[in-house]
Ligand binder design. Structure first.
Ligand code: SAM
Ligand code: SF4
Ligand code: SF4
Length: 337
């Protein structure tokens, strides 16, 4: 089957796979403690896709154009033996790039096994180097030092360049952007600043808490000279810059102030097997029932995926307004960031 494009001519290239909706952190912009407390009903384990079910869906997505997969969550390293899934994905013809997004808390233990299994790249989320600020932002008192050790473990395991995601929230960590850039400059690391987004309905997002990427860029560029560089490929989310002195690269993900829906070629698979065609979608398409109850073959799954993608119209970030604020949106920890 040839590649499938959606109603806006966008091909399907990337699949982000959430392997769990659970997390050991409680970042307020994602899983605020007041909502995701002791009594929160996470998915039952029997509802999680098994690794074989995930690889079947990925096999079905390859003929449609998918070349990259990213494992995410929740915290993906909470899923036991994740390296087995990585080796299963590595064995699929046509998959060229396997990445992982993690909060880094368990990377010291897991980085080498993941690299050995065939993981190509890792993105670690780290919102501040200031221990007090970081502990407050993860809201479980987790120290910066252990995430930094995880980043070193990923570098040692050859998962380079390691990307670092820093979500910038006004009044919380915006004063830390220059220090972050200084710390990672000259290391095999690409730091990316991310605008705080209105994902989900539970983080109390307000536009005034967003620090526009342009403002962050100005602060960093006032400290060290930067030069813009070309995107690696069409649809890359980060605006890329390099240090003028050759000491590496940084990026800015301006999903709120400069949306990139026009080239968005990502789909997301939730841990319980629903396919979402937008991060801001209200509903997903159930693939688990197709696999478990209807015993769908890879070809049947491929046709189901193609039928979903062909009618896709999503462009939430381009049409974000006061009116879209009340539309139902699934949580990031469920759909996978
Ligand atoms: N737990 C892993 C982690 O934190 O890297 C993976 C899942 S997390 C949902 C994926 C990414 O989404 C992280 O880099 C996180 O910082 C980002 N994220 C979560 N909520 C966000 C929000 N409201 N706005 C922007 N980025 C957000
Ligand atoms: Fe957990 Fe990642 Fe969400 Fe933070 S951003 S609560 S680490 S899933
Ligand atoms: Fe893609 Fe939806 Fe984000 Fe636009 S808002 S870039 S369509 S995920």
């Amino acid at each position: 089957m040839s590649q499938t494009s959606d109603t806006l001519g966008r091909p399907l290239r990337d699949l982000r796979i959430s392997v769990t909706d659970r997390c050991n952190f409680r970042c307020a912009y994602c899983m605020p403690k007041e909502v995701f407390g002791k009594d929160f009903a996470f998915m039952e384990r029997s509802h999680l896709l098994k690794f074989g079910e995930i690889t079947s869906i990925v096999k079905a997505a390859v003929p449609l154009g998918v070349r990259k997969v990213r494992l995410t969550g929740g915290e993906p390293l909470l899923r036991k033996e994740l390296e087995w899934l990585v080796s299963g994905l590595k064995a699929i013809d046509g998959i060229e790039d396997i990445a992982l997004t993690t909060n880094g808390s368990m990377l010291v233990q897991k980085a080498q096994a993941l690299a050995d299994a065939g993981l190509d790249r890792v993105t670690v989320s780290l919102d501040s180097l200031n221990d007090e600020t970081f502990r407050a932002m993860n809201d479980v008192n987790f120290p910066v030092a252990r995430v930094l050790a995880g980043i070193d473990a990923a570098i040692d395991a050859g998962l380079t360049p390691v990307k670092i995601n820093m979500v910038v929230k006004r009044g919380m960590n915006d004063d830390d952007v220059v220090e972050m850039a200084r710390h990672f400059r000259g290391k095999p690391v690409i730091l990316r600043f991310i605008e705080y987004m209105d994902v989900g309905m539970k983080n109390g997002w307000r536009l005034e808490d967003v620090v526009p990427a342009g403002e962050i860029l100005k602060r960093v560029a006032a400290d060290v000279a930067l030069e813009p560089i070309e995107a690696n490929y069409e649809g890359e989310t980060a605006l890329r810059y390099r240090y003028a002195d050759g000491e590496g690269e940084i990026g800015f993900i301006a999903s709120v102030t400069k949306p990139f829906c026009a080239t968005c070629h990502r789909a997301r698979l939730s841990a319980d097997g629903k396919l979402f065609t937008c991060l801001f979608a209200g509903q997903g398409h159930d693939l688990k029932t197709l696999i478990r109850d209807q015993n769908a073959s890879v070809e049947q799954l491929r046709d189901a995926l193609a039928a979903i993608w062909r009618v896709r119209t999503d462009r939430y970030s381009e049409i974000r307004s006061d009116d879209t604020g009340d539309l139902p949106r699934v949580e990031m920890s469920y759909i996978g960031g």
